[in-house]
Design a protein around this ligand. Structure first.
Ligand SMILES: Nc1nc2c(ncn2[C@@H]2O[C@H](COP(=O)(O)OP(=O)(O)O)[C@@H](O)[C@H]2O)c(=O)[nH]1
Ligand SMILES: [Mg+2]
Length: 74
């Protein structure tokens, strides 16, 4: 990864999870990474909801608290 990319929020998604039996997956985890590491498969759709949820959470954390929209006044 380039330094500029490392500045950005990220997570790790291992693809083609259908090819890796669940009991083999722990071998792939990167020990020093503080981010979510998820297994996904486009073929079986495994992990896609979890990936979307993790991305949603990362975006929300990156944005920080949002201002509550105020009702419009003329
Ligand atoms: N087993 C498996 N094969 C996949 C999956 N997604 C893509 N492929 C296959 O991997 C090859 C490359 O596909 P591509 O969509 O370019 O995925 P990439 O390898 O991540 O770039 C093609 O033969 C796809 O059919 C998956 O979730 N599981
Ligand atoms: Mg490709």
């Amino acid at each position: 990864m380039t330094p500029a990319l490392l500045e950005k929020p990220y997570l790790i998604a291992f693809t083609k999870a259908d090819l890796v039996p669940p009991d083999q997956r722990s071998r792939f985890y990167l020990p020093a990474e503080p981010v979510p590491q998820l297994f996904v498969s486009g073929a079986t759709h495994e992990g896609l909801e979890e990936l979307l949820q993790a991305l949603r959470q990362a975006v929300e954390e990156h944005r920080g608290p949002q201002k509550t929209p105020q009702p419009w006044r003329p």
